[in-house]
Design a protein around this ligand. Structure first.
Ligand code: 5RP
Length: 226
């Protein structure tokens, strides 16, 4: 799985790590935990690995995360074996203080949305540079059925977006991703509904209908809880 290019830095990495470590406090010991995808989640899994036995098992949002969890000695369960999850921990590409998110920079948005939907509580871990007033500076990922890619792209263009095919990426579900540029997302719930209704769209990378319940924002000095 490839990531949408983002300028990373040691500074940003330290903020990601701070937010990831803070998420450990939200875990009910002995529970099954939903785990997201990305570099911030990578820090979270590293932190989990230092607390053997804290969780009973995990449900994963991507093949990449499954590999990291297993390497950390954590059993990975099929979501279908469970009736629900107490907690989901995942990162984001952008977030507002209303806890609406853009996700999918790592291409795992569909499984991430599924695990988030199954969880009672969604704790989002991120560095402060991702906190925005209005979503949309980060191109909005939309997962599409491959044969519908051009059809969906035209429908998005008709709505004022500029979709760019993330060439070379096939998602864990065998689909393609369009990264939609040029959007200023003033009503995230409405746009999530509208784009999700286009035939051929699998998942829109807006997490607004089911937002995060808590943002743990890593800063230069600590973690802000929103
Ligand atoms: C993957 C995601 C990630 O949560 C998002 O891309 C943030 O990644 P990172 O923690 O590497 O900055 O949505 O599909």
């Amino acid at each position: 799985m490839t990531q949408t290019p983002r300028s990373g830095s040691n500074d940003s990495d330290a903020k990601k790590r701070r937010s990831a470590v803070a998420a450990l406090d939200y875990i009910e010991p002995g529970s099954v935990l939903g785990v997201g995808t990305g570099s911030t989640v990578g820090h979270f899994i590293e932190a989990l690995a230092t607390r053997p036995g804290l969780i009973r098992a995990a449900v994963s949002s991507s093949e990449a995360t499954t590999g990291l969890l297993r390497a950390a000695g954590i059993e990975v369960l099929d979501l279908n074996e469970l009736t629900g999850l107490e907690l989901y921990v995942d990162g984001a590409d952008e977030a507002t203080r209303a806890r609406h998110l853009i996700k999918g920079g790592g291409g795992a948005l569909t499984r991430e949305k599924i695990v988030a939907a199954a969880a009672e509580r969604f704790v989002c871990i991120l560095d402060e540079n991702k906190l925005v007033g209005t979503l949309g500076a980060f191109p909005l990922p939309v997962e599409v059925i491959p044969m519908a890619r051009a059809l969906v792209a035209r429908a998005i263009e008709a709505r004022g977006g500029r979709p760019v095919w993330r060439r070379g990426l096939v998602t864990d579900n065998g689909n393609h991703i369009l990264d939609v540029h040029g959007l200023s997302i003033v009503d995230p719930c409405a746009l999530e509904r509208e784009l999700g209704a286009i035939t051929g769209v699998v998942t829109v990378g807006l997490f607004a209908a089911r937002p995060a319940d808590v943002l743990l924002v890593g800063t230069a000095t600590g973690v802000e809880r929103i």
